[in-house]
Design a protein around this ligand. Structure first.
Ligand code: ASP
Length: 335
């Protein structure tokens, strides 16, 4: 038998990636017309950017960064451009990235002028001796590497300004006892973080998460996204995972590491571990979800909210993009 025939008969290696664009009160009846198609298209584009890296044999960490760059540049998600505003009307961005092969990690928090926070997180990982840099110090480090600083207005969109106004008006009204019905702005106020987990052809895992945090947050508030083990984790021995949701709960439960630890110490499958961790979040009163991939290429997309923007592409399978709770993950994603 010729070499080419032998190769053709072999099953495709199970590399792939999974991403999220935030979890929350996402329901068909509240989706503004046209918005759904736009979101699905952006999720597809981000998925393709990462998948291309993997298909060419590139490293998982690069696929994660490529995917997240697309989502950060899109005004539709709460990361990079289009991030939520803090109580002072500014965008403050957090991100982290982790390499499951080496357990190297990089994180940034409270950025106000870096266009793609995930890229700086990666540079903290590879070009500094630290894991996390924050605020002005992080931006100084970025400048020393040649990053251009962008004005904070670059991140701010009309949609987010309106959102902040409504949240603050509601907050004020609540203090005076007036109740308002919630609308699309309110309902979208907390979510939209982006994240990605990937498995490359060499069997290496990586994960990244990037966010503007929570709308109307206090200046200086940092959530789970840049906390290694809370909103992000990758370990070749177990899985790569990115979280989204109420950061304060994910931090207290160390969700990302909790999933990995269950797999490592108790040998439970990825999907079971992810479901157990999200159940803990719910029990404590939090909402959100995780996307994850393990070393065999099993995928989990677990959430306790009404919806989660999510997508995945495994080698040899069609890409999967979903928004609402009733869109079921293909069975062969989890073997
Ligand atoms: N987890 C993020 C945070 O708390 C928010 C989100 O996922 O939407 O900063």
């Amino acid at each position: 038998m010729g070499l080419s025939t032998a190769c053709a008969a072999e099953p495709l290696p199970r590399f792939g990636l999974v991403l999220h664009g935030g979890a929350g009160v996402i329901e068909r009846q509240n989706m503004p017309p046209g918005r759904e198609a736009e979101i699905r298209q952006q999720l597809n584009e981000a998925l393709a950017a990462g998948y291309q890296v993997l298909a060419k044999g590139g490293p998982a960490i690069e696929a994660v960064a490529a995917t997240i760059n697309v989502l950060e540049d899109s005004p539709l998600f709460n990361a990079g451009r289009g991030a939520v505003l803090n109580a002072a009307g500014q965008c403050e961005l957090d991100a982290s990235i982790m390499n499951g092969n080496t357990l190297a990690a990089g994180a940034v928090a409270g950025l106000q002028h870096i266009k793609n926070p995930i890229n700086l997180a990666r540079d903290v990982m590879t070009k500094s001796s630290h894991v996390m840099l924050i605020g002005e110090g992080a931006e100084q480090f970025a400048q020393s590497l040649g990053y251009a600083l962008v004005p904070n207005e670059y991140f701010q969109t009309e949609f987010r300004r309106e959102q902040l106004k409504k949240i603050q008006a509601r907050e004020k009204a609540a203090q005076t006892g007036v109740r308002h019905t919630s609308d699309y702005f309110d309902r979208q106020s907390r979510w939209g973080t982006v994240g990605c987990a990937a498995l490359d052809q060499q069997g290496n895992l990586a994960a990244g998460t990037s966010t503007g945090g929570m709308a109307n947050k206090k200046y200086g508030r940092v959530g789970d996204a840049p906390i290694i083990g809370a909103g992000n984790y990758a370990n070749n021995a177990t899985c790569a995972l990115s979280a989204t949701g109420d950061g304060e709960y994910f931090m207290r439960l160390n969700v990302a590491h909790d999933v990995s630890a269950q797999m490592e110490y108790r040998g439970v499958p990825l999907h079971t571990a992810a479901a157990a961790s999200i159940a803990k979040v719910g029990k404590l009163g939090g909402t959100g979800g995780v996307v994850a991939i393990d070393r065999q290429g099993n995928i989990a997309m677990e959430f306790n909210s009404l919806g989660m923007y999510r997508a995945a592409h495994l080698a040899g399978q069609p890409a999967f993009v979903a928004i609402y709770r009733d869109e079921k993950i293909p069975e062969n994603f989890s073997r």
